[in-house]
Design a protein around this ligand. Structure first.
Ligand code: PLV
Length: 342
């Protein structure tokens, strides 16, 4: 059997080509054919492995011997605070195992033992540092000063975008002709920057992108409105995986090169979309992904069409089902209870 490194040297990658499924239920709601790009079935649970896998492979080619990633978000449920593992951390741990090198994932103190065990199960060493992610991130940066150690950025790096761009190449291979619009969630803007790069690469730069954020994690929308980068004071949304306080500069630049409609939904719409999607498609995703699905379920697509901003007759709409690890049936019930939906 070939080693993962040999595989990597031959240009192999760690993500899988994901299914593009037509959704009858979402098509009914949208009044147009909706395709789901199912990133929820990627190794490590989300689209993140595309960019992070690529970044880690390139880092190793350039001499990296140890990967470091700070990941994890504090979430509050009632009076209880707990830390969820960031999807970037899961992807980095997975990539490191495939590359056969060690990974250290730095998480804030108070991270649930479940998350620690899962990352350790991927073979990663887990260090707990600081009370919040920013402090864990400082620790990771300090560790990355060691010889041969490299810090894995969750979204703000050209190699991350290059990796995410593979998603658009797959869309082109599966669809042939361009869709009428693409829907995706924005946290730090890495997915957006990668999809934009992919669209430009395959000559589909005229395809409009509808970006979805939740109120309280809306740093991209805030930046568009201000015409410059904005740092949110705090992340108050339950969609913690969208919880970057400042979007990547490149994401804001994309608005000048492509047609982008930035939408903000509230937590209730994102969580309700998660529940509807579970019932309609039998797939459970994080509220971060629910934000994108809410563009269809909450009628925002129809509104953009009614306002004449999007064509009333779209060829099809592709929703990027970004996935996410921080959800299970109990977690969904807790979110619904928190938002008065149960
Ligand atoms: N989540 C990253 C960064 O958080 C993380 O470490 O969890 N959907 C899901 C399921 C995600 O995990 C993320 C990113 C996004 C969407 C947004 O992607 P981005 O950051 O590239 O815009 C802050």
């Amino acid at each position: 059997m070939e080693s993962p490194l040999a595989d990597c040297a031959q240009g192999g990658h760690f993500h899988v080509v994901t299914p593009l499924l037509e959704s009858w239920a979402l098509s009914q709601v949208a009044g147009t054919t909706v395709f789901l790009k199912c990133e929820n079935v990627q190794p490590a649970g989300s689209f993140k492995i595309r960019g992070i896998g690529h970044f880690c492979q390139e880092a190793v080619k350039r001499g990296c011997r140890h990967l470091v990633c700070s990941s994890g978000h504090i979430s509050t449920s009632g009076t209880r605070k707990r830390t969820e593992g960031g999807n970037a951390g899961f992807a980095a741990a997975y990539a490191a195992r495939k590359l056969g090198i060690p990974a250290t994932i730095v998480l804030p103190e108070g991270t649930s033992p479940h998350v620690v065990r899962r990352l350790q199960g991927e073979g990663a060493e887990v260090q707990l540092a600081g009370k919040v992610w920013d402090e864990a991130s400082l620790k990771a940066q300090e560790l990355a000063k060691r010889d041969g150690w490299v810090n894995v950025p969750p979204f703000d790096h050209p190699l991350i975008w290059e990796g995410h761009a593979s998603l658009v190449r797959e869309l082109k291979a599966a669809l042939g002709t361009p869709p009428g619009a693409l829907v995706l969630a924005v946290g730090g803007g890495g997915l957006l920057a990668g999809v934009a790069a992919g669209l430009i690469e395959v000559g589909w730069q005229h395809v409009p992108i509808i970006t979805a954020e939740t109120q309280g994690a809306h740093c991209f929308n805030a930046a568009i409105k201000a015409g410059k980068l904005v740092t949110l004071p705090d992340i108050t949304s339950v969609a913690k995986s969208l919880g970057a306080k400042t979007v990547a500069r490149r994401a804001l630049e994309c608005t000048k090169e492509l047609e982008i409609f930035s939408e903000v939904v509230d937590d209730a719409q994102a969580v309700s979309a998660v529940q509807k999607f579970l019932d309609d498609e039998r797939m459970l995703v994080e509220p971060a992904c629910g934000a994108a699905l809410a563009v269809i379920y909450s009628g925002l697509l129809g509104r953009l069409q009614a306002e004449g901003r999007l064509s009333p007759s779209l060829a099809s709409v592709v929703v990027i089902v970004c996935g996410g690890n921080n959800i299970n049936s109990q977690g969904l019930q807790a979110l619904k209870a928190q938002l008065g939906q149960s």
